[in-house]
Design a binder for this molecule. Structure first.
Ligand code: AMO
Length: 423
């Protein structure tokens, strides 16, 4: 483009005057470009204009492109005209190019400015590529994308994390997951569906892997041959999504693509019972704690070289509230439920569902629930329901892990937790 006249719009990241020459750095969606002003060659008014402009103001600069060995992109722009489109206030509540890291709370309080940092924006470039990859991978396997209601009459994932809301003259709840609806679509004959949508959970605890609003990828499929069918689909989807995302990012974002290298596969399968034995608490029937999960993650890395692995055959005692999870006919103390783990963090869970209404009612009652309160869900089982199974996948946790973020909140544009409703 050497010699061409162009116009660029962006934020004034920095302006430095060295006497005879001055540099303005303009940041737009593609990166930062150098605008070079030279005494004698550039309009003197432009020096004054840039010098008077606060950092982060939005400008439009017209000028001539010139090859440059010193400028960061190999070109500089010699300006002929500058228009101020929006003047920034000072001081900035948060620096965009500061080397000193800001507190997480400060960053989220001023998230729009935080998101201007290229490395923060990179998280969302990665996220978008992963979402596109997941959609494509599921589509290629014949899954139909669906959208189910988020305002519900009853929850599916336990009463403790339900958000209740006033719904005219009755009470409703925000969806903790699309669980009941994705299953109902199996009775509707859809056979393979997936949904990528917000899920809401009133998580009271302040952890680095829980949000009150997260993005859940849910898939459901009919006519499965047990849990392994579901695991195989999940594994195929993860690997294909990583491949698609890598291809998508390779040219413009090679450093992000590097993070998406396909992991060793097939992902190892380790039973819940083996994990318990490894942890020295055989047969306790309690769920794994965060620290225990981490230890299993270290074990799988060290001994199996596996960042991704399945923990299979969850005991019924751990899944007591998960009424839709099928209990094994040969050993009712076990379910076919599994978690997909990535380096000691659960990123997905799923398994075969109970499709027999009489068994489902038993499960509902043992979870302390009244089958009568689930009339429309039960109706799907009354008039022909194929055997089916599926999984729920935490998109934010996947992004957190792949981007190497210490806190899940950083994987969301505007995170929600117990203490944060703004911005
Ligand atoms: P589960 O409750 O295990 O299963 O959730 C599925 C996945 O969603 C993610 N996740 C969360 N991510 C961020 N913040 C949270 N508060 C949060 N809660 C869950 C995790 C988890 O693995 N209906 C079942 C799925 C199924 O059986 O199909 C369910 O919701 O990554």
């Amino acid at each position: 483009m050497d010699g061409e006249t162009v116009r660029i719009g962006g934020h004034l990241e920095d302006y430095r005057s060295l006497g005879g020459v001055a540099f303005a750095l303009i940041r737009d969606g593609s990166g930062t470009s150098q605008v070079t002003l030279k005494k004698g060659a550039s309009d003197p008014a432009l020096f004054d204009l840039f010098a008077s402009l606060p950092r982060e103001s939005v400008v439009s600069v017209e000028g001539t492109v010139a090859r440059s060995t010193k400028a960061n992109r190999g070109v500089e722009l010699l300006p002929t005209g500058v228009e101020v489109l929006s003047r920034s206030e000072t001081p900035l509540p948060l620096g965009v190019v500061d080397k000193v890291p800001a507190e997480l709370d400060t960053r989220f309080n001023h998230r729009v400015i935080d998101l201007r940092k290229p490395e923060v924006r990179g998280v969302f470039v990665l996220r978008s590529a992963l979402l596109a990859g997941l959609r494509r991978a599921l589509g290629d396997l014949g899954f139909l994308e669906v959208e189910t209601p988020k305002i519900l009459r009853q929850g599916a994932e336990g009463g403790a994390t339900l958000f209740a809301l006033d719904y005219f003259d009755t009470r409703a709840f925000l969806a903790q997951s699309p669980q009941l609806y994705k299953q109902m679509l199996m009775s509707a004959g859809f056979e393979r569906v997936f949904e990528i949508a917000p899920a809401f959970r009133a998580e009271p605890s302040d952890t680095v892997r829980h949000l009150t609003e997260f993005t859940s990828l849910d898939a459901e499929m009919a006519y499965i041959d047990g849990a392994e069918t579901v695991r195989e689909v999940l594994e195929t989807v993860v690997l294909a999504a990583l491949r698609h995302a890598t291809d998508h990012l390779a040219v413009r974002y090679p450093e992000l693509a590097e993070r998406l290298k396909p992991p060793p596969h097939p992902f190892p399968r380790v039973t819940f019972a083996d994990c318990e034995a490894k942890l020295g608490r055989p047969g306790s029937g309690r769920d794994l704690g965060t620290e225990e999960e981490k230890r299993i993650g270290e074990w799988m890395r060290e001994e199996r070289g596996a960042p991704y692995y399945f923990i299979t055959d969850y005991p019924t005692s751990v899944k007591a509230q998960t009424f839709y999870a099928q209990r094994s006919d040969s050993d009712p103390s076990l379910t076919g439920y599994f978690d997909l783990e990535l380096d000691g963090t659960e990123i997905a869970s799923g398994g075969p569902r109970e499709h027999r209404l009489d068994h489902l009612d038993v499960n509902l009652r043992s979870a302390g629930l009244d089958p009568g309160a689930f009339a429309s869900y039960r109706e799907a089982f009354r008039f022909g329901m194929p055997p089916h199974g599926g999984f729920g996948f935490g998109v934010d946790r996947l992004v957190q892990k792949i981007a190497g973020l210490p806190n899940i909140r950083e994987a969301r544009l505007f995170p929600r937790d117990r203490y944060r409703l703004e911005p």
